[in-house]
Write a protein of this length. Sequence first.
Length: 293
Amino acid sequence: MTPLEELWSLQGQTAIVTGAARGFGAAIAHRVSEAGATVVVADVRHDEATATAARIAAETGGSCHGQPVDVTDEASVARLFEAVESELGPVNLLVNNAGVFSNYYASELPAQEWTRILDVNVTGTFFCSKAAARRMQNRGAGVIVNVASVDALASSAEGLVHYTTSKHAIAGMTKSLAMELAPSGIRVNAVCPGAAMTEGAIELIMDGAPDGIDIEAQWDGIVDRTPLGRLCQPDEVGRAVVFLASDMASFITGVLLPVDGGILVQPLEGYVPAGISTGDMARPDPVAGEDAP
Ligand SMILES: NC(=O)c1ccc[n+]([C@@H]2O[C@H](COP(=O)([O-])OP(=O)(O)OC[C@H]3O[C@@H](n4cnc5c(N)ncnc54)[C@H](O)[C@@H]3O)[C@@H](O)[C@H]2O)c1
């Protein structure tokens, strides 16, 4: 049997993590570096990406590099892959993490904001996957991990129609690419994190939300509804990504892995909490005019 240590290792691999200058991406890049891969911190914020890469390299002792990319621009994505290949060798792992979010009621969502969210989250993920797939197919191996969200599987809060649509699209893209690329030895999976206080999330809260959406109450409500009783830590997403990227997950493709403290399995109304027998529960009042059952 292959030793566990070897199964977890990403030694000798080259990985691109998009949107990794900060937030989940930086936490993912850190763990991927710790697992032994040479890591490219690719972000539209080039200076921040370079600084994050330097910090990660100092912390893990690994090889970590900042590279500019705008994932919505296919030519920019092509330049990223060409630069990485010529300087660091073939890309074995792509983590599509770059993503943006905002809060708007559907009836007030500007067309350009709809397009911006779909462009970065969906088209950006596709352009990077396309560039990686072509190269990985030639070599007959590779792994893609998409950072989706609980919003890929459910609608988590009001004011997110554009975001939830984009993340459901990533769920579809993950499954479709997993089918198409499996014969070439390429695995494609997604992690679906719950809410976390990343830099992007803090900016969202500080910016405020449209009238009628109390964004702070929304975030408090997430904690209340999460069975594990807290927000997600970015590092917990990093750990899940390393699992899916590694040979620990060698027979796993096309899955959407929640990293959500159980929020997607929160009890339906009428759930019986542990330790309470149904006999102790108050019966609902009969509807006026109807006989009690
Ligand atoms: N924070 C959360 O609560 C949460 C929950 C579930 C999923 N997610 C997802 O996790 C991912 C990361 O989110 P985060 O919270 O860390 O956000 P963040 O804003 O802290 O970080 C996102 C990074 O993506 C980069 N980026 C944005 N547009 C880009 C582009 N066009 N090209 C390249 N890079 C670009 C930004 O510069 C930034 O560094 C996103 O896909 C987001 O949808 C976040």
